[in-house]
Design a binder for this molecule. Structure first.
Ligand SMILES: CC(C)(COP(=O)(O)OP(=O)(O)OC[C@H]1O[C@@H](n2cnc3c(N)ncnc32)[C@H](O)[C@@H]1OP(=O)(O)O)[C@@H](O)C(=O)NCCC(=O)NCCS
Length: 391
């Protein structure tokens, strides 16, 4: 049984409907998410003392500098202060870590953590380019045109070579994610798919096909975090953050220490479990960074849920479904719920909060979940954040 200290909790969580949201601006998405979190907590914008806002690429996607300030104003969070956090696709988790530290420092007792990204304002090819620049933009992107599907295709190829992982095993990750995405009313894609559909989908970067890739999504998510004494007054069911880990590795893909896992994620996981004082077997539900199907397999291995190289077989055995050894991305994951990069980490935290409170949708609630984990990676491991949550 874990003994991690209960110093900071999530007391409210919400997100907007993820998707290709041509009906709303980034500010409106942010408003939807923050106000869901207000409804959930019973708090109002006046109660919030500070806001930590994650957004990765609004300059590129929306032509907006200082996007966090614009969103804070629209969401009614002024005149209290706000700041922006950026850590590529791990932006949302970095924002949660900053809020955790700010609360522990005593500077604020109640903090709004908002993450958002409105990616579909530019054509897909431009979005893929912007994301590609999240790798090394001086040499690798400009000389070779490396994109994220290409990076993860190289890792998938290496994993297949070293461990015999198959394209069917990758496709099975997508089939599982789409099953749960179909049960999540906030998911971008609410459509179950068959193994055959996944296998027959068009090749994006061999061996990765369309259904091996996460979506380019518009979305926002919010959690309200509070110090221990305040949290207990605000709600009966605070969800405590008892473990945090983070680590980084370089952006130069050609010099990666490993192509079958992310060393930064291994280290972030180690730190989080040490701080939470729990073991892997205590975790009942996980949201991991499945930007591509191979990434979910590598994440399960990097965290230690399965031995390095055995992730494909683990997926094939159904161990990542509700009822399996570690229900993983049962909200649809980045694959089907969607991946609005600045919002993703906050959406993971919102999902784990609902799971631990027993409030997830029918068919995807993990029974009596006591510990939940989020694993959120920026780029190809430049930023890795692992958080552990408990009731
Ligand atoms: C895979 C990818 C290149 C597909 O882009 P595309 O071929 O230009 O696709 P489009 O945006 O033109 O969409 C065409 C159709 O495919 C669907 N589609 C797009 N991406 C999809 C995905 N990942 N999974 C399933 N369907 C997808 C769209 O919904 C659309 O369907 P419709 O015609 O029924 O409306 C793009 O989704 C992508 O780059 N994903 C990865 C994002 C990423 O790297 N994120 C950061 C990771 S660290």
């Amino acid at each position: 049984m874990g003994k991690g200290e209960k110093k900071v909790a999530i007391v409210g969580a919400g997100q907007c409907k993820f998707g290709r949201r041509m009906d709303a601006s980034y500010r409106e998405l942010a408003y939807e998410a923050t106000h869901k979190a207000f409804e959930d907590s019973g708090l109002t914008p006046k109660d919030v003392q500070y806001s930590v806002i994650g957004v990765a690429g609004a300059e590129f996607f929306n032509g907006q500098l200082a996007p966090a300030a614009a969103a804070a104003d629209y969401c009614g969070l002024n005149p209290q202060g706000s700041m922006r956090v950026e850590a590529a696709c791990a932006t949302g988790s970095a924002a949660i870590r900053v809020a955790y530290g700010t609360i522990l420092s005593g500077l604020a007792d109640i903090i709004m953590v908002l993450g958002f990204e409105k990616m579909n304002e530019v054509p897909t090819a431009r979005a893929v380019e912007a994301l590609g620049r999240g790798g090394d933009a001086q040499w690798e992107f400009n000389w070779w045109g490396t994109t994220f599907p290409a990076f993860y295709a190289l890792m998938a190829t290496r994993h297949m070579h070293d461990f015999g992982t198959t394209e069917e095993q990758l496709a099975k990750v997508a089939v599982k994610s789409h099953k749960y995405g179909a049960l999540n009313p906030y998911a971008h894609m609410q459509k179950a798919i068959t193994l055959e559909e996944a296998m027959k989908s068009r090749v994006i970067a061999s061996p990765l096909k369309l259904y091996d890739c996460s979506l380019i999504t518009d979305g926002a998510a919010a959690v309200i975090m509070a110090s221990a004494s305040i949290a207990k007054k605000i709600c009966d069911t605070p969800v405590w953050i008892t473990g945090l880990g983070c680590a980084s590795e370089g952006e130069y893909f050609a010099a990666k220490p490993s192509y079958v896992g992310l060393n930064s994620a291994v280290e972030a996981g180690r730190q989080a479990f040490k701080m939470a004082k729990i073991e892997l077997k205590d975790v009942n539900v996980a949201d991991v960074h499945d930007c591509f199907t191979i990434a979910e397999i590598m994440a399960l291995e990097d965290l230690g849920f399965v031995k390095k190289g055995d992730g494909g077989k683990f997926v094939e055995e159904g161990q990542t479904y509700v009822g399996g050894k570690i229900p993983t991305n049962v909200d649809g994951g980045l694959k089907a719920k969607g991946h609005p990069i600045g919002a993703t980490g906050v959406s993971m935290a919102a999902e784990i909060t609902k799971q631990l409170r027993g409030e997830a949708d029918e068919g995807r609630q993990v029974s009596k979940a006591e510990y939940g984990l989020t694993h959120n990676v920026g780029a190809t491991g430049q930023y890795a954040y692992v958080h552990i949550y408990t009731r």
